[in-house]
Design a protein around this ligand. Sequence first.
Ligand SMILES: Cc1cc2nc3c(=O)[nH]c(=O)nc-3n(C[C@H](O)[C@H](O)[C@H](O)COP(=O)(O)OP(=O)(O)OC[C@H]3O[C@@H](n4cnc5c(N)ncnc54)[C@H](O)[C@@H]3O)c2cc1C
Length: 326
Amino acid sequence: MILVLVEVSPAGEAVETSLEAVTFARDLAAAGGGIPIDAVAVGTPGDDVVKALAAHGVRRIHALTGAAYDAYSGAAWAAGVMGVREKTGSVVVMASGTPRGMEVLAHVGARTGLPMAANVVSFSSLSPFTVTRQVVGGQAREEMQLSQRPALFTVAGHAVQAEAADTPGVGELVIETPDVAEADLVARVVSTEEPEPDLSGNLKSARVVVGAGRGAGSADGFGDLLELADLLDASLGVSRVVTSLGWRPHHEQVGQTGSRISPDLYIPCGISGAIQHWAGCSSAKNILAINTDPDAPMVTKASHAVIGDLHEVIPAINEEIRRRRG
Ligand SMILES: Cc1cc2nc3c(=O)[nH]c(=O)nc-3n(C[C@H](O)[C@H](O)[C@H](O)COP(=O)(O)OP(=O)(O)OC[C@H]3O[C@@H](n4cnc5c(N)ncnc54)[C@H](O)[C@@H]3O)c2cc1C
């Protein structure tokens, strides 16, 4: 049996990355000759969650309930996951690579003494169980063997696309109320702040993104860049320096602590290409870097580059586009 920790959003939906993990589990189940997939969730999931999990091929949903699960505690969640794992005899325990998925599985690993692979993107063999995982913010991949059972791992966000199963699962809801030790409740969430609304939708799905970094010079240095974005029907994405200096809002930030983009064309202007920025834009299919420094990491990684001052290069590009369009 494969057991997947499924997270439920405050809006009462199975989170996308959990459905991705279930989709990943289906490939694993198929490779193993049709191993059943169970989910473990905290709280009593609503009908929408049950239906979504069944549609993705889940046989049974174990709902961890009771006062211990009213507030998040990594140790209590791990105790619940381990209880379900023992009951079901699962040979694989998985979660999505979210902060909670990582924390809970790390607790499970520490309690059982089993190794855990974080941010797995694929598997290549069941015997020995061999996975490939992302490291260095997605810049490198490494192969890892998990030779002990149960195999513990998290699935990197968006490593696979969540897809409903050809054959849905039964989606039977099983309420579990495990005893949780006091020691597992010493670190619990006591309050939660609502996140800022995500305004970055266009940026994440844009076909073309014009990027702007410190090279823009000041909050007033974005006029030509915004015009280029307008001419190309593109979104503007910026580096953290730009948001930290208050030149542009945070929802425009690209990178490890901003949006991850995968446009057909990314045009980073005056952006050095620090690893934290690269983590957010490395999936771009083509990169045209505009930078004064020919040795800037962004220039060396780009498919095309213009070496020059963006305040001269961008107006020239804009003028040429306007001229060609008459
Ligand atoms: C935990 C952590 C998380 C982080 N997360 C992110 C993140 O999500 N996103 C992010 O972007 N950064 C992030 N950073 C910051 C990152 O390390 C870099 O500091 C940042 O990306 C640099 O921004 P920049 O390229 O605009 O500035 P710089 O590194 O200062 O580069 C400016 C570039 O502009 C060029 N330039 C200067 N003037 C001109 C001009 N007139 N015309 C053309 N080119 C010019 C220079 O040659 C240089 O290459 C993070 C850092 C940490 C520690």
